[in-house]
Design a protein around this ligand. Structure first.
Ligand code: ZN
Length: 366
């Protein structure tokens, strides 16, 4: 077993301002990487600018992180880091800006073609990374991963290296207050998927499972409030922490077939990442229970659900109407999921028929 978590996490109201001294050891000049919306709308960008200024750290801002970033987008951010001689990179935003910031930190230090980047050999590490999430979902602020759109395979590719662990993460519930409800729901489903998949992953350990159980308990009691439209500070604080804990979990265990099956639903059908995972989870739990009944019972108990039927009642209002897919899509997406490394981390001996069956039980195939 290996458990590694080098990220210093600050959580709470005004945590950037109150802990800005944690930025000082990282260098004298920073590049802030953001998308075009949430970083400034949430107040996170101005808090970070003030925090950096209070420590005598100068900075530039790169606002070009795309939704579902690809290699080209990350290269632009890396070039900005090099051009401005940044000592470290601060990613502010949802999953996409954080993935862009993390990859740029790697590309700023290593001359890498796109195939080299996905091949995963990084001699020169990465610039130090600071992460300020404005969604409660990916847990990216606590993981060694960046997920990019890979046009060559028409899906997502994950870059995994310890150099991508942020040095510092700041979780302030004020930053998720302005999230559209649809995003809050989808990102919450992503966090839940991380905690469930991490609990059942073949790489799970006593450490990761203990953290996953607590994340699931928080998520289980938060989802009904989220479904009712609650957006209070207490709920947002809980969900930020739970998403962070679920990130700590998958940092150790990685994700499983649910993520591999969700990626084509996002890439080809535009289903949000968290919602794509969410719609697969109930059938996945039923399938996993055939091989690991005790672990599935433990997951359901942590969530406060008696059985999978109760789990469906919990998440159906959040997942929304059942999506449809064509038989051709089911065949194609099954082949894509079958070719991923996620399968080897999934309980049971799920083959082509098993994956297709999981799609058929989760979506309407016609
Ligand atoms: Zn995810």
């Amino acid at each position: 077993m290996r458990f590694y978590l080098p990220t210093c996490v600050f959580a709470g109201s005004r945590c950037v301002r109150d802990n800005a001294q944690a930025l000082r050891p990282l260098g004298r000049h920073a590049l802030l990487v953001t998308g075009r919306g949430s970083a400034s709308r949430s107040g996170a960008l101005s808090d970070m600018e003030q925090g950096l200024a209070s420590q005598g750290i100068s900075f530039d801002v790169f606002e070009g992180a795309d939704n579902n970033p690809d290699y080209a987008c990350c290269m632009l951010a890396a070039e900005a880091a090099r051009d401005t001689r940044a000592d470290f990179i601060v990613g502010i935003g949802g999953g996409s800006p954080l993935d862009t910031a993390k990859t740029a930190a790697l590309l700023a230090r290593n001359e890498l073609s796109e195939p080299d980047l996905y091949a995963g050999s990084f001699r020169d590490g990465a610039l130090p990374i600071v992460a300020v999430p404005t969604t409660a979902g990916t847990g990216s602020e606590a993981t060694p991963y960046a997920v990019l759109t890979n046009h060559a395979i028409e899906s997502k590719s994950t870059i995994a290296t310890d150099a991508l662990y942020p040095r510092v993460a700041f979780l302030d519930p004020a930053y998720t207050a302005s999230l559209p409800r649809r995003v809050a729901v989808s990102t919450a489903l992503d966090a839940m998927s991380h905690a469930i998949e991490g609990s059942l992953a073949l790489r799970a350990s006593a450490w990761s499972s203990a953290i996953a159980r607590e994340a699931l308990a928080i998520i289980g009691r938060s989802l009904p409030a989220l479904a009712r439209g609650d957006n209070g500070e207490g709920l947002r604080t809980d969900m930020l922490l739970a998403a962070n804990m679920a990130g700590v979990v998958i940092a150790q265990t990685a994700t499983t077939i649910v993520h591999a099956m969700g990626y084509p639903l996002s890439h080809f059908k535009g289903v949000e990442h968290g919602r794509a995972n969410g719609m697969l989870l109930a059938a996945y739990l039923e399938m996993a229970a055939e091989h690991r009944p005790d672990d599935v019972r433990e997951v359901l108990r942590a969530l406060g659900c008696q059985d999978v039927a109760a789990f469906r009642l919990l998440i159906d209002p959040l997942v929304g109407p059942k999506e449809t897919m064509s038989a051709h899509e089911a065949t194609r997406f099954t082949a894509m999921a079958l070719g991923t490394k996620h399968l080897a981390n999934t309980p049971g001996s799920l083959g082509k028929d098993g994956i297709r069956n999981l799609y058929a039980r989760s979506l309407t195939v016609r």
